[in-house]
Design a protein around this ligand. Structure first.
Ligand code: SF4
Ligand code: SF4
Ligand code: FES
Length: 457
């Protein structure tokens, strides 16, 4: 471990690792310092000059993102001189920035807007009548739209494609006023993690084609969840909104930082999988394709289960929460059923890579293995009860509990999706993580535990 040293910031002493970056301390201690180009995943670039602080013994203000802390260093972040430096740099940033916040999709989560309100609030001395014009709606590929005029040239997006995905699709071309972000000649932004540039962009220059203009961000509620796209278990924010009298709707997934799992990022496929939460949902109880009342369905369920006691197999999806799987195991004991979860169906070698994406597309298969649930695919029983497993199953009698419609015409109960319930998942590295309940529908669909309780009584 590195040596710990003391430094002083704004008169207060902090104990910090020697030679760590000053900006990391300021961020950690929530000492307000504006910055565009620094990002903990990308390191320092030193191009925006917003993170200036005074350091005792240095003639001019220094950038905190490229300053390593030293024993006894004395830093000042709130002097009138620093306030003026920040105002002046913001004025420079805004010379050519369009004043289109009211129609900008980033409004409400834009660093430039926030810094202007915290550090700018200046009357401009720049009297150039015409701002420099660039492209406003450039489709870069991969669902990302670029507004070149709003760009502050922080190079986070270009560094992401250079340092993180190593795909090098983006660069900054031109000189002076003509500098702009662009794709390299003949290229499109087309790597499987491309949409992370939208989160990295501190302003409204890069926006998601999928999300833009669908909601003003201040209306969104944020919940913590885990992606169910594969066994990696990337941490997510689920942004959703329930307008009065209407149903709760999920509008986007965003990455939630977890250094032990996904760092700062998620893959595009996982990010866009929020759409599956709403599409093609099983919402009613059906029997042979006809809607059935809950009372009749429960009666039907019980009579089948009684008839096939000791001759029943329960098949479990490896994406269910641990709590759901445990409730099913307990119920299986009560009705003398064997429980299986064939895992082969979740293998997808084309999907996996060496960054985040796992070729095992089952968010909780580790729990299936830990609980010694058989992976067998051969089913001898006459009654099958399927808890959302994607296999096509053939048996003389079948009951399904499904989040989404499939071809089943037998007795089928709708169940809550992972965003409509809460629970835990263990990812492929053995890390157990919690998911909050996010969505509260006007007519909630019962969870697996609720159904089990109903059919028991
Ligand atoms: S597009 Fe956004 S992330 Fe890229 S350089 Fe411009 S401001 Fe930075
Ligand atoms: S890598 Fe897997 S868990 Fe992570 S966002 Fe993509 S699909 Fe979801
Ligand atoms: S954050 Fe330090 S120069 Fe940009």
């Amino acid at each position: 471990m590195s040596k710990m040293i003391d430094i002083i910031v704004d008169g207060k002493t902090y104990n910090v690792e020697e030679d760590s970056l000053l900006i990391d301390l300021l961020i950690k201690e929530k000492i307000k310092v504006p910055y565009f180009c620094y990002h903990e995943s990308l390191g320092a670039d030193g191009n925006c000059r917003m993170c200036m602080v005074e350091i005792e013994g240095q003639k001019r203000p220094q950038i905190a993102c490229d300053t390593f802390v030293k024993e006894g260093m004395e830093v000042r972040s709130k002097t009138p001189n620093i306030a003026k430096v920040r105002r002046d740099i913001l004025e420079l940033e805004l010379i050519n920035h369009p004043v289109d916040c009211p129609v900008c999709d980033q409004a409400g989560e834009c660093s430039l807007q926030i810094f202007y309100m915290q550090h700018g609030l200046h009357d401009t001395e720049v009297t150039i009548p015409e701002k420099v014009k660039h492209e406003k709606h450039l489709d870069l590929g991969s669902n990302v739209i670029l507004d070149q005029e709003r760009c502050v040239l922080c190079a986070r997006c270009t560094r992401f494609t250079d340092k993180i995905t190593h795909t090098h699709e983006l660069g900054i071309v031109g000189r002076g006023d003509d500098s702009k972000v662009s794709t390299m000649p003949g290229r499109k932004l087309d790597n499987p993690y491309a949409m992370n540039v939208v989160d990295l962009c501190p302003v409204g220059a890069l926006t998601s084609k999928d999300f833009r203009f669908s909601q003003r961000v201040w209306f969104l509620k944020v919940s913590n969840s885990i992606c169910h796209g594969c066994a990696k278990g990337c941490n997510l924010y689920i942004d959703h909104n329930k307008i009065k009298y209407k149903d709760d709707v999920v509008y986007r997934f965003r990455p939630r930082r977890n250094d032990a799992v996904n760092g700062f990022f998620i893959c595009d496929e996982g990010r866009l999988s929020y759409k599956e939460l709403e599409e093609n949902r099983q919402e009613i109880i059906v029997l042979k394709n006809q809607e059935l009342s809950e009372d009749k369905a429960i009666k039907e369920f019980k009579s089948k289960v009684d008839k096939y006691k000791g001759n029943t197999t329960i098949i479990v999806d490896a994406n269910l929460y641990t709590e759901e799987i445990e409730a099913i195991l307990e119920f299986a004991k009560e009705i003398d059923a064997q429980v299986i979860s064939p895992l082969g169906i979740y293998k997808d070698e084309d999907f996996g890579d060496d960054m985040l994406k796992s070729s095992m597309r089952a968010a909780n298969y580790k729990t299936i293995q830990r609980l010694n649930i058989a992976e067998s695919t051969s089913i001898q029983s006459d009654l099958i009860i399927n808890f959302n497993h994607p296999s096509e199953i053939h048996a003389s009698e079948k009951i399904s509990f499904l989040t989404h419609k499939n071809k089943d015409l037998e007795l089928t109960f709708p169940i809550a999706s992972y965003s409509e319930s809460s629970g835990h998942l263990t990812n492929e590295d053995g890390i157990t993580q919690a998911c909050e309940r996010t969505v509260f529908k006007n007519t909630p669909i019962p969870t697996i535990q609720e159904w089990i309780q109903k059919v028991r009584t």
